[in-house]
Design a protein around this ligand. Structure first.
Ligand code: ATP
Ligand code: MG
Length: 415
């Protein structure tokens, strides 16, 4: 039964399709292997997120063998081969031609690439654990870079000359933190020295790519370890110059976040103040919704601790907000059993037993009703509406006619 369920999993379907792709390439006389991350993941007993195939076939040859394919990076020799549709999603496998990279420019991209051998293709990859091939037909691992041993010993090691490799492409600095944290690897000394040496150059990487790496490493349960490496290598300080380096307490909070917590939650924990959210948003080209969420979380975080002392009109909108659950997780992570627990428990019990009309009941009075009874739209108008709404949420008025009466009397006082 469970085997059957496993079989239905898209990852397995993806693997089957990737094996088919390899078989077809081999039938046509080419060399083809699974390459990189998927080999590493399978050796670690993990289900790969996607399967990449590396082959001696040129992109043109790949496109002829697989007419249902898209050129995604022809300059780099990458073709996306499309497979069957499973659960509404098209299975696909990226086939890249064995290549070696020319000189790197801008601290990020090779100036040119030329097609080469499987060994050259392994050598251009970043870390030994990412430089492995697997022949899925004969079930063999092909290792030109010593990745197998490093994987067994849980070591992250740059392929070739570490300093050169990080100088070529500074994104590898962040990939190093992400990989070491995610797979609980020790970082080889030489590799670590080269990372520290090249850390200031992280600014050469585009903000979008930096943000993307951060989303991935801080969105993973190993986020505290990743954060610790970023700090240790001075990458955190370079990327977030206005943040204080997280102290032990902050690290403990990050560790206590829910496993599925996102980058947004971690930034909300680390942010020095709300104003800084906008700066970070601009600097890292975060999406408007990410910045909005960070701002909301940071501005409401301190209110949760004193929720039991807040009037309903302040508390209910928080409890009604789509990010409320995340906010409460942050509070739990910050103060696992401190005095602030009173506020948190207050929120949790209200969420469990919400008031009869919910946290956002239909308002007793609205603007057009106020106009009907003769109030004139103007500066006092919205104030009146808000006051009456607050009184409704606070239970100070319990009927629409009371609310209307209150509105009239506040309005008269103001005008
Ligand atoms: P994951 O997809 O789980 O994040 P991955 O190792 O598969 O990890 P990808 O970005 O999918 O990472 O890249 C696939 C492979 O391409 C890597 O395993 C590595 O061999 C190679 N690679 C990716 N990025 C770089 C880089 N910046 N420099 C050198 N090689 C790289
Ligand atoms: Mg991958």
């Amino acid at each position: 039964m469970s085997k059957q369920i496993q079989k239905e999993k898209p990852a397995n379907m993806e693997r089957e399709f990737a094996v088919e792709v390899v078989k077809k390439l081999v039938e046509k006389g080419h060399t083809a292997f699974f390459a990189g991350g998927c080999v590493r993941d399978e050796l670690l007993g993990l289900v790969p997120f996607d399967f990449d195939v590396a082959s001696s076939a040129s992109p043109d040859q790949v496109r002829i063998i697989f007419p249902r394919s898209l050129p995604v990076g022809v300059a780099f020799g990458v073709v996306d081969v499309l497979g069957p549709k499973v659960a509404g999603r098209t299975i696909h496998v990226q086939v890249s031609t064995f290549r070696s990279d020319g000189a790197y420019i801008n601290g990020r991209h090779p100036e040119s690439v030329h097609f080469g051998s499987a060994e050259e293709d392994a050598q251009r990859r970043d870390f030994t654990i990412n430089g492995l091939y697997c022949d899925p037909i004969n079930l063999q691992i092909i290792d030109y870079v010593g990745g197998r041993k490093d994987l067994d010993q849980r070591i992250l090691r740059a392929i070739g000359n570490a300093t050169d490799r990080f100088r070529e492409d500074r994104l590898r600095l962040l990939r190093a933190a992400r990989m070491a944290a995610r797979f609980t690897l020790d970082v080889d000394q030489n590799t670590e020295d080269a990372i520290r040496e090249n850390a200031p150059g992280i600014t050469l990487v585009s903000p979008e790519r930096i943000a993307d790496e951060l989303r991935r490493m801080l969105g993973h349960p190993s986020r505290a370890q990743a954060l610790s490496l970023l700090c240790r290598w001075n990458l955190f300080q370079t990327i977030f110059p206005s943040f204080s380096i997280p102290n032990e307490e902050t690290f403990a909070s990050v560790t206590r976040l829910q496993p599925h917590a996102t980058f947004v939650s971690v930034i909300a924990l680390l942010l020095p103040n709300v104003n800084e959210a906008k700066q970070i948003g601009i600097g890292l080209r975060l999406s408007n919704s990410e910045v909005r969420d960070i701002v909301w979380l940071v501005s409401n975080l301190d209110l949760v601790g004193k929720a039991n002392r807040l009037p309903n009109h302040q508390l209910f909108p928080i409890l009604d907000h789509p990010l409320c659950e995340i906010l409460l997780d942050l509070e739990k992570a910050r103060f696992p059993n401190g005095a602030e627990g009173v506020g948190l428990n207050w929120c949790l019990s209200l969420l469990k037993n919400p008031p009869v009309g919910g946290f956002s009941p239909p308002p007793f009075v609205n603007g057009s009703q106020l106009i009907q009874i003769g109030l004139k739209p103007g500066p006092a108008f919205s104030f009146v509406l808000e006051e009456v709404r607050n009184a409704q949420l606070d239970g100070l008025v319990t009927q629409p006619h009371e609310a209307l009466k209150m509105a009239t009397s506040i309005y008269k006082r103001l005008t």
